[in-house]
Design a binder for this molecule. Structure first.
Ligand code: NAD
Length: 351
């Protein structure tokens, strides 16, 4: 066994079907009685139903959560928090809504209960990304780690299959990078393998039948496992590239992860044979980067950066930004090789 250091994160997780009925009790357990519910505008109806369910335990709904947590939206939401005298937030949705809950917690230290409805994994991390003047910055702060995660499988049936696929591959990306992290440890690596396997098993079934309860349950468990990996250990070139492409070129979050992942894995493969063997084993294939590419392609997910809004002329600038302040990576960051990686991702070449 290699030596390691592991910092466990606090948090309460409730996982199951119909668990939404436990929300009132969870609010009470936190010593709270005035919950502000958060959603995106697309999930407003679900938010309104939740406010109704909570009755006098809720002070209302703020339904304007937006991807990449723009600070203007946070300011508006903080105003609602102050005026309504909310004593906790309940974030119902994907990473965008959870991001807003975290931003409120960062500013007010209010407790958060999060009810994830995608597979992005933000609920399990003390990480917050925020955008201001078109620039996205991220930070780690224990203050933003949600106190309670309430997973209710029933709420995920409505997630369209194609968003389920890209969101699930976004989660898998956390686990792949966790397996070759500088601060990897045996507990998180085990969870990473389990998370990849659960999602790789579930996603084809969800595409075939979005109401497959067992597959939805497996995928949500996989999302939690992969989110824990993201929260526990450092990420490398894959997350740096996605951060660059999303933050500076406005590419969509989950789709960017989906397209870049096989190429980032290929970039690191020769430096991380043990991690690649574990990814391949979890996917049930012999070659990890090819297995990741084939999984995405077979599920009809995008495989080319060009498909999701990247312009070829912007590739050199993306290389420059990604190499300017790189995250630690198992293989040294070489600008020319990163250029090849992005060119392959742009063209959708199988690794
Ligand atoms: P999202 O939250 O933007 O959701 C995508 C769309 O799907 C939204 O319109 C949403 O309302 C809708 N939706 C969500 N669940 C649904 C459901 N069950 N049924 C129907 N519609 C549903 O997308 P995302 O990929 O979950 O989150 C992306 C954001 O999360 C990005 O800003 C990213 O940076 C952030 N993120 C942060 C972390 C972290 O640890 N800080 C981790 C992962 C992602």
């Amino acid at each position: 066994m290699q030596p390691f250091i592991y910092n466990a994160l606090p948090g309460r997780v409730i996982f199951g079907s119909g668990t939404l009925s436990q929300l009132e009790q969870e609010i009470t357990n936190l010593g709270c009685s005035r919950a502000l519910v958060l959603t995106t505008s697309q999930q407003r109806d679900a938010g309104e139903r939740l406010v109704k369910q909570l009755g006098d335990k809720s002070v209302g709904l703020y339904a304007n959560a937006t991807m990449h947590t723009p600070v203007e939206v946070t300011r508006e939401a903080l105003d609602v928090v102050a005026k309504s005298k909310a004593d906790c937030v309940v974030a119902l949705g994907g990473g965008s809504t959870i991001g807003l809950g975290k931003a409120i917690a960062l500013n007010t230290d209010l407790p958060q209960i999060v009810i994830p409805t995608t597979y992005a994994g933000s609920e399990a991390t003390p990480i917050i990304g925020q955008t201001e003047n078109g620039l996205k910055t991220t930070q780690r702060a224990l203050k933003v780690l949600p106190e309670v995660i309430l997973y209710d499988v029933d709420l995920t049936f409505s997630l369209p299959p194609q968003i389920s696929v890209t969101s699930g591959l976004n989660a898998i990306a956390h686990a792949v990078e966790a397996l070759y992290a500088k601060d990897a440890n045996p507990l998180i690596s085990q969870l990473a393998e389990q998370g990849i396997a659960a999602l790789a098993r579930a996603l084809p079934r969800i595409v075939f039948d979005p109401e497959d309860r067992e597959a939805r349950s497996d995928a949500l468990f996989g999302a939690w496992a992969c989110g824990v990996c993201l929260g526990a250990v450092g990420m490398s070139i894959h997350h740096k590239l996605c951060h660059t492409l999303g933050g500076s070129f406005n590419l969509p979050h989950a789709e960017t992860h989906t397209v870049v992942l096989p190429h980032a894995a290929a970039y690191n493969a020769s430096a991380t044979p043990e991690a690649m063997a574990r990814v391949a084993r979890a996917l049930g294939v012999t070659d990890a980067p090819q297995g990741l590419y084939d999984l995405a392609a077979s599920l009809g997910a995008p495989t080319r950066l060009e498909q999701i809004g990247m312009r070829q002329d912007d590739l050199p600038r993306a290389v420059e930004i990604a190499c300017a302040s790189p995250y630690w990576n198992p293989r040294p960051i070489e600008a020319e090789a990163i250029g090849h990686l992005l060119a392959n991702a742009f063209a959708g070449k199988r690794p």
